[in-house]
Ligand binder design. Structure first.
Ligand SMILES: Cc1cc2nc3c(=O)[nH]c(=O)nc-3n(C[C@H](O)[C@H](O)[C@H](O)COP(=O)(O)OP(=O)(O)OC[C@H]3O[C@@H](n4cnc5c(N)ncnc54)[C@H](O)[C@@H]3O)c2cc1C
Length: 606
């Protein structure tokens, strides 16, 4: 029963009827991947045959007149005030009490007005789809697009959040105690970390209540996608998979994927290939068969049938993508889905038991994703699937990949997110790029550093598993640039692949522009997008947009009171960012003084 669930996950979209989408194209051309780098030169996406490209437009991030051309002076003053307040540790420490007190003193209506003039006005576009339109159109006129994000978050107490989390992250079997969880510690719910909002910045958090609530989240995402479609013809919409179903499935599926991958790495180590990048680990099939047989996982004949010419091509070696495709396929292998437990040395089943109710819930989750992707296709909006905590992320990324297989046929409609603060970010992104190449679908990615660092570190230390985050900021920075370089190289050869550089870091933006110049990637090709949050780093977004680079603001919207929890955390985020963002305030001051000096204080953006 459990196996059917996982298989239907992998047959995403049409869970019970259609065959797997796993790489028929690649399998028909088994040698294609050995040639993929060279072969790509000959694809239709290749730029080699094109004539000389015009130089990249010059972008000056220090020219305040240009950077703030779209902003009235009172907006600059508001930014200065809000960003300054966000940098005050005393104010931040007590901001929730202060907000509460202000509301009681002013009453709801005046409080709403005050918020709209300050924090809400700075970071949120408006209350609903209609009221956000002027801002979207205004930014658009200055070359800056929008990624709509309905910013409403339930205002749960930490106890409520914790209770919901514990209930929704364990299976019926685990709750009954009849089957102690076989999941690794990382993929089990832990009460101390039940409130996933702790220490999280820039990201909204959903807690599972029931299926009806997930349907209502889906309806919200649908309205958001429709609004994006109406607002512009090249919009994005953001979704979070934790809003669409029971997190238990994401945990269980992540556990399966991680164990399967780790098993491959163990085999690679036995063949003396430890320490190589994931894509460079090629295992000798004969040796692998021998090892698997010795472990008693299956008989020799059975094992030989897993690795046929159809599954392997002609190379006689097997890489991590081949290995992963084995659990996609409905071969006899399925019943042998066991992996050795590193601690006990025992073989354990890879899959746990689901009840029929749980199976239905998981199918509903996949159907919700499918409905959203279909709506996005219909209205011409691209969907960005946000990356979340590491204990959900392998499943989120894998389900997103299944959507990409289905919907990214002509162009990238679905964008996956890669968090470069992760130690395995490079392996993750290179594997997915290679898979897209082999299977012939269009790669679309958003690159971020990552929003859950503090929580991830605390959880790993407390529960006792390896910290998944790079050890230092410098290591994350280097990882971001390494992943970005790899993807930009891919874009050079493949005109249909796209990436969004979602960062406020000026170094990273400059690095991207340099690499684009070197690789001949031009903004007019609209392959490289930039992304920043609304209300932050206009000095990066607007010069880029005005110079013709595709750039987008992450635009939250929603009623004042419902967006407040999100706003609180945004304020907290700014406290961290503020330490390094003195430059933004300096530039705002500089521009206000310039306008005062030149008699332009009443500047009207035209
Ligand atoms: C358009 C957009 C979309 C986004 N979508 C997502 C998403 O889907 N998922 C998600 O997780 N985040 C997302 N983010 C948030 C993003 O991860 C944060 O903005 C980011 O963490 C801030 O990084 P930066 O590149 O802007 O700036 P920087 O200030 O240069 O980097 C700060 C980041 O570096 C990393 N870091 C800091 N200190 C250390 C350290 N000691 N060791 C290791 N790493 C360190 C952390 O990730 C930290 O957040 C998104 C951001 C934007 C703008």
């Amino acid at each position: 029963m459990a196996l059917r669930c996982i298989v239907s996950v992998l047959r995403f979209g049409t869970p019970r009827v259609a065959p797997l989408s796993t790489a028929p194209v690649a399998r028909e051309q088994p040698v294609a991947r050995e040639q993929s780098a060279a072969g790509r030169e000959a694809t239709s996406g290749c730029r080699a045959a094109e004539g000389a490209r015009p130089p990249l437009p010059v972008v000056d991030f220090g020219n305040t007149q240009e950077a703030y051309r779209s902003r009235r002076s009172w907006e600059l003053a508001r930014s200065l005030l809000v960003l300054r307040l966000c940098a005050s540790p005393a104010l931040l420490a007590h901001h929730e009490q202060l907000l509460h007190l202000t509301r009681r003193l002013l009453g709801q209506s005046l409080f709403d007005k005050l918020m709209k003039m300050t924090f809400y006005g700075q970071f949120v576009a408006g209350e609903d789809q209609e009221s956000i339109r002027p801002l979207i159109q205004h930014n658009r006129a200055f070359g800056v697009g929008s990624i709509l994000d309905y910013g409403v978050e339930e205002d749960l107490s930490p106890q409520e959040a914790e209770h919901k989390e514990m209930e929704s992250c364990t299976s019926a079997v685990e709750r009954e105690g009849s089957g102690t969880s076989k999941r690794e510690k990382q993929y089990q719910a832990h009460r101390a970390f039940g409130d996933r909002r702790d220490g999280v910045i820039s990201a909204r958090t959903y807690f599972y209540a029931n299926e009806a609530k997930c349907d209502s989240h889906m309806e919200t995402f649908l309205r958001c996608i429709e609004a994006s479609g109406r607002a512009s013809d090249d919009g994005f919409s953001a979704i979070k998979l934790t809003a669409l179903g029971r997190p238990q499935f994401l945990l269980q599926f992540s556990d399966v994927l991680t164990k399967w991958r780790r098993f491959f790495h163990q085999m690679a180590a036995e063949q003396g290939k430890a320490g190589l990048a994931a894509m460079d680990m090629k295992l000798e099939v004969a040796v692998l068969q021998e090892s698997v047989a010795k472990m008693g996982i299956a008989s020799r004949t059975e094992i030989e049938s897993w690795f046929t010419a159809e599954t392997l091509g002609v190379s006689g070696t097997l890489d991590l993508l081949d290995w992963s495709s084995l659990i996609d396929s409905r071969t006899e292998l399925s019943k042998h889905l066991v992996v050795p437990n590193m601690q006990t040395g025992q073989l354990e089943p890879l899959l746990s038991q689901f009840t029929e109710e749980e199976e239905r819930q998981m199918t509903r989750m996949l159907q919700r994703m499918d409905i959203l992707a279909k709506k996005a296709t219909e209205v011409g909006v691209r969907l960005m699937v946000d990356a979340e905590q590491t204990y959900f992320q392998p499943a989120i990324s894998r389900l997103t990949l299944e959507m990409q297989r289905k919907f990214n046929i002509e162009k990238p409609l679905i964008f996956n997110t890669y968090q470069c603060y992760l130690k395995d970010a490079y392996d993750n992104i290179t594997l997915d790029v290679e898979l897209a190449r082999r299977e012939g679908w269009c790669f679309g990615a958003k690159l971020v550093r990552g929003a859950y660092m503090a929580q991830e570190r605390a959880r790993a230390a407390e529960i006792g598993y390896e910290d998944p985050i790079n050890p230092t900021y410098e290591a994350t920075h280097a990882m971001y640039h390494r992943c970005l370089s790899y993807v930009l190289e891919e874009l050079k050869h493949n005109a249909k692949a796209k990436v969004m550089v979602a960062s406020h870091n000026e170094d990273t933006v400059r690095f991207t522009l340099c690499r684009m110049e070197e690789l001949g990637l031009h903004p007019a090709d609209r392959q490289v997008y930039f992304g920043q949050l609304l209300g932050m780093c206009d000095q990066i977004s607007f010069p880029l947009g005005q110079a013709g680079f595709p750039v987008y603001k992450y635009v939250p919207y929603g009623p004042v009171m419902e967006v407040l929890p999100y706003l609180s955390r945004r304020a907290l985020e700014n406290s961290g960012v503020m330490k390094g963002a003195w430059r933004e305030r300096q530039l705002l001051w500089q521009e206000l003084k310039r306008r005062l000096r030149t008699g332009n204080l009443f500047h009207r953006p035209a």
